[in-house]
Design a protein around this ligand. Sequence first.
Ligand SMILES: *Cc1c(COP(=O)(O)O)cnc(C)c1O
Length: 497
Amino acid sequence: MYTMDYFSTRGGAERVSSAAAILKGLASDGGLFVPASFPQMPLSAIEELAGLSYEERAVRILRLFLTDYTEEEIEGCVRRAYSHTFDDVRRAPVTSVGELEVLELWHGPTSAFKDMALQLLPQLMSTARVKQGEKDTILILVATSGDTGKAALEGFADAEGIRIMVFYPDGGVSPIQGLQMVTQAGENVRVVAVRGNFDDAQRGVKEIFGDAAMAAELAAAHTKLSSANSINWGRLVPQIVYYFSAYADLLAAQKIQAGDAVNFTVPTGNFGNILAGYYAKRMGLPVGKLVCASNENNVLTDFLRRGIYDRRRPFYQTMSPSMDILVSSNLERLLYHLTEDTAQVAAWMRELAENGTYDASGLLPVLRENFWAAFTSDMMTEEEIRIVCERTSYTLDTHTAVAYRVAEDYRCETGDMRPMIVLSTASPYKFGASVLQALGKDTDGLDEFTLMERLQKHSGMPIPTRLAALRTAPVRHKEVCEKDGMRDAVLDFARSV
Ligand SMILES: *Cc1c(COP(=O)(O)O)cnc(C)c1O
């Protein structure tokens, strides 16, 4: 038996277990925890996955990384995460849509892909808290562009020894996303709107994590901070599972032979989802290209094509709001894995913080070997939803439509016709108004629930029960704060009993 250690992308000396990395969230030097190596899944082990359930597949992958958890602990965490909360027994089914395969990651309680990770993370964290002998309350701070917040609230509500506080951009999330958050029940939760955009909220949270005076004040209230954002290792590791699971499903359906390479297209914001695909590839999954799909906030398209990251550009609010991001936190992990040079990563991150840009063009050959990137405008996204619906009767959500379009562009431009799996990150019901407008339906003056009914008539897909229930759910959270008021809001919550 081997042990997997974790250390910081920025070179701090600490080496920790996976339980410690998951409990802390961010390394002491502000870097992200990465595993010391990539455990290998030989082809024979991948073939075995074809005959297993999603939960069993998850255990096979997770145990390679969570070496300080017992197999029983991992099994318990996985069972509690997925067995009762998902509305499809396959958890993450693959469906053929036209020429492409669509991996549906939205059968969890909030109808978006964040559930895949955020149902499991609280389980891993509660177990870690006990394993590490932690007595203080863990306070989870989340900055969200919409989906993470609700998925985290849903996962952490009433978790033992843990409280959760969510900041979202005021007016920067969809009406349904907003409703999902402000109606959240649970003794241990607080939800606050920030006057600013997602990057403001994310920066505020990052600053609080790096603030020593704040840590001391929180310690006096017997509280330690942790993160459920996609920078937490416990968010990333569950996502590796569904890349293997999708491959196993194609094997089981005899759409591919063991060893055949497949491509994935991923609608990308913080780079967490697609990075999990890169991990899967490094572990031995036969992956050709990882195609990175963006909306008009196309900072990643430019980076993967030119090697220069430049966040100094206008910020657009698009119809795929969960990808409206200019600083993709998880890219830092990729930079580390490509260079294995923590000093270089720390220098790039310093340049990004100080100048808003850095030059990693030396990495272009290896970036191009693994990734391809493109973006769509809102107009192209709408057109894609309509065309795919006409051709296949399948209704894409706005984020998935970005990816579907970019996947087609990839095939067209490169001629690479290997099987393409498009990651579908949200149910169309989550962005009902945008989807209906794309389909040419009049939505003027209709409330969210009438929109759901219209969409049901049109798509034939059942309305997720938890979304329908929002109609009568009481609003529990009304707090709004300024960008520089987040610190005080956190202290207020920590000191309240
Ligand atoms: C979060 C999210 C994304 C982007 O995922 P990242 O891991 O941040 O790249 C895409 N689509 C939806 C619906 C999301 O909620």
